[in-house]
Design a protein around this ligand. Sequence first.
Ligand code: 5GP
Ligand code: MG
Length: 481
Amino acid sequence: MALMSSQTASFNKALGEMAKAVNSDLIVSEKLDRLVKLAPRALAVRGCSLLLLDAQKRHLIHAAAHDLSERYRRKGLIEPEKSLSETMEGNAVMVADAATDSRIQFQELARQENVVSIMSVPLKIRGEIAGSLRVYSRTHREFTSREEAFLTTAANLVGIVLDSNQSKEGGIAPREDGAEVSPRSLPVVTPLRPTTFAHPSEEEFARLLDFYQIEWLYEPRSFPLQWEEGRITEMFTPDFYLPGLDLYIEMTTLKPRLTREKRQKVHRLRELHPEVNVNLLARRDYDRLLAKYGYGPLAGSKTRGVGRVLFSTAQIQRKVRHLAKQISQDYEGSHPVLVGVMRGVFCFMADLMRALTVPADVDFMAISHYEAEKGGAVRITKDLEINPEGRHLLLIEDIVDTGMTLRFIVEHLKSRKPASLAVCTLLDKRVRRLADIPLTYVGFQVPDEFLVGYGLDYQEEYRNLPFVALLEEESDAGQGA
Ligand code: 5GP
Ligand code: MG
């Protein structure tokens, strides 16, 4: 009885403090930190974690944790169906011994962490499962229904915090085109976003992803790479995970001399986990990416000239005729709409359309350009004139690089219910792809270089060249390359 009442007292006290935290002016992540600290204390257990489902509901991600090692928190992107799946069905789950319970996805790490018993309750936001709240005990423990009710209350408070955060953050102003912002662009994992990054380039990259409305997580997972006598001795934590693209990104912008080591790690990760998509973004690649938008060390030089010609006028014209023939065959009798994305595409589109032997409509779209200092999200600045519903759309691109622009446009066009949608690009910079959107018609594969001519510009210059050329490297300038 004495125990009962002391637990009642500690629950009451904790609930009071939790409610206070929820109603405070702390930022979301601080509120969550408070909640995951107060809950285990009242339950007299050691650790606590808050796991949230990503927007695709594919993985559970640690959003907040108390008294768990870094390694344990980053143990992996937990797959809901593998990890205490009953929680995801809306039921509380008790694990008496984590080291032997088959419902635990990472048993070895649980052992190393001295986690013995676990209680997990579902986290719901407006009645929908959004994750789970878990407490961990170092000693064997049977949790009571009273304790379960307490943890459920804590989970409800977490739900309130996340919900109010979403309605605040998610209150993105209606887009200019009046289109609804899809719920996918309101990530529940926003509180996972770091307030500080290890390196400014990471922050810049995050802003670029935000611009293209690509959901990202910062260092959500560590992969074990090496073991000694059953213990993990080496881990690798990629910088970003993009749930929508199911892609990890490791940036090597910190110290170029570490690039080799990172390459080896990425190589090893691919060997050990062939199912994991991981991309290395080297400093140079990254600088090029930024330069495309006019930022970073490779941007702004006015002294650059045109370097080697990659595709001559004759080569381009031959390719255009070849593509037009294919397209004419495939679209026989279906009267497609060619949709061009301004502005680089205008040369290619004009030539392509004149080489088609089927009738086709022509329309253009334009989207806003990334501007580092402004932030914000990509917008359609000029939408289609025609109504694309029920039409056969053929999106024409000059060049596909990371694929982020294309992904945005394809998603937008799909939402307008065309009868079909295919993509034709003259140039495909495959090696730089992040968002892998299928390309139906491709003219040329191109290397990871900045190209100009045939509509493509460098700071509005060189669009008029009738061929495609490399931009002269800075170091080549003056050497008559
Ligand atoms: P993505 O979103 O695929 O990274 O970028 C696609 C857009 O970036 C293209 O439509 C084009 O405007 C621009 N772009 C990508 N690579 C190049 C390039 O090598 N030269 C020029 N001039 N523009 C490029
Ligand atoms: Mg373009």
